[in-house]
Design a protein around this ligand. Sequence first.
Ligand SMILES: Nc1ncnc2c1ncn2[C@@H]1O[C@H](COP(=O)(O)OP(=O)(O)OP(=O)(O)O)[C@@H](O)[C@H]1O
Ligand SMILES: [Mg+2]
Length: 642
Amino acid sequence: MTSEEDITGDHRLLIGSVTDYAIYMLDPDGNVVSWNPGARRFKGYEDHEIIGKHFSAFYTPEDQATALPKKALKIALSEGRFENEGWRVRKDGTRFWAHVIIEPVIHPVSGRALGFAKITRDLTPYKRQEDALRRSEQSFRLLVQGVTDYAIYMLDEAGTVTNWNAGAERIKGYGPEEIIGRHFSIFYTDEDREGKVWERALAVARFAGSYQTEGWRVRKSGERFWASVAIDPIRDDQGNIIGFAKITRDMTERRQADQALEAAREALYQSQQIEALGQLTGGVAHGFNNLLNAVVGSLELLRKQVRDQRQLGLIENALKGATRGITLTQRMLAFARKQDLQVSPVNIYELVGGMTDLLSRSLGPSIELETSFPSSLKPALADPHQIELAILNLAVNARDAMPNGGTIKISAKNETVVAGGEGLLKPGEYIRVAVTDGGVGMDQETLAKASEPFFTTKGLGKGTGLGLPMVLGTAEQLGGRLELESRVGEGTTAALWLPVSKPSPAPLPVASGDETSDDVTRSMRILAVDDDALVLMNTVALLEDLGHQVAEASSGREALRIMGEDAAFDLVITDQAMPHMTGSQLIAELSGRWPDIPIILATGYAELPDSLPSHVKRLGKPFWQRDLARAIADASAAPYRG
Ligand SMILES: Nc1ncnc2c1ncn2[C@@H]1O[C@H](COP(=O)(O)OP(=O)(O)OP(=O)(O)O)[C@@H](O)[C@H]1O
Ligand SMILES: [Mg+2]
């Protein structure tokens, strides 16, 4: 009986039509005895080319070398079946991935092996797909593994970490062996862990399909970092959640950079606001200074002519109001750093000593004054008048903070600022003048705002809120600063830092109480220059009242013309801020042509060149008649007149 006899006609028909499987028979030695369309299709041999040949022709040279075909038959015989997958070779030499089954065909009666049935299937397309999938999974794993900017890892259903990438290790600090198998709540802060924030996160991811947030997380080292977190559920083919994908990004630096940027923006905005306010305040104060000059001048002259007591009282009132206005404009100019500062070496010890009367009068009997100065105290480079005003302002604030009375301590000491030290001060030597009280103190918010212009807690009409801004402006214009230290209920220390003056201090200018016209004995011819008609009229009136003969000019050019026609003047008094030609430009012209003429420059505004010729005297605006008289005396007493 041959093997063909075992195959019935029906079977033959069936096998003859199968094209997806190669189904054929081998004789006991392994030679091909039958061939079907499937075999023809994917092995490429026609019946006559292969029948009678040994089936090892389908194997690769490598497999032939290891005698795989022989082994396959042996296994089929001994175990009843040989099954494997592997590369096989077509007639044209190309390879295909085959799934192979070999079974022995045994004679039912004799039990003799008649040969082998062989079924082969071409799995190349599936193999390619599988390989591609495996390759892509592998590269994806490598990609995720290699990402260091993001922590990317997975959690199981309960939140246990199941894998870990390089970014996770970098950001969180744990190696994979330390963290895989542990619960991810370890990354949360203690508060969040107690509040079960992580549980909510997984619940949201589960029900909403994703969870995203920013917040503090904790590294292995215990350090906190600002994290951007995303959690997404992972589902199996049936849609059941089998875990979570978690991506975390360390935003700490970004957050810090954002915050720094925000702070810088805020600071810039603040400084621009203060700058704008300074411009405005300075401008307004400058205008008012001129007006007050006219008001005060006229009132002074009027006061001399009026005899009626009631009328005199009214004039005194008006003068008091104008004086308050002058103080206000001075403070505004100081805040705007636009004061006309007259800087000289100042002995703070002597200066405060000279103020004690003024201080005890201004502070009242319930305040005790205490001072403390080291004998080694260096002279400050400052405007003594402005420093007096500043100390007075600080002392009044200190008194106001002690409604039931108390002690105010004024002290000073030498300080050295090194590079990068004390706030914004340049490195160098300073004097720190401190005014300390044991009053109500300030809370953080008040302290932060205290030196802002117009900030006051004293109620409308009581405080202007310009005291500290004035002190601050003066200090800064002099190259120093204002330091405020305060605690609620414990009192306040306000300290002025002033640069040290190198040379030894000149004795304080004696504050002479001299009154008006006694200073001037002779009548002079004076040329008065001012572009503001009101101010000019006032100056002229004051000068004439002092017994002088006055010519008027409303501009620098007009002044030069008048001088050109008739130079027989004893003195020129000019305003600084004028269109076309400023006071200092006029002085330069005058000094070139009439070098001997004494000049007074009247200004209330820091717009002067740093150095003025020595025969030019400054007169601060607004001025009283006695200030004017003294300036005239000083100017005409200048040495070159000798
Ligand atoms: N020594 C101090 N103790 C407690 N608070 C103070 C002290 N100095 C200043 N302050 C607070 O700072 C605010 C601003 O002070 P600032 O001197 O600028 O204006 P003011 O004193 O209110 O008004 P003015 O100076 O015109 O009288 C005060 O209203 C007060 O709230
Ligand atoms: Mg004040």
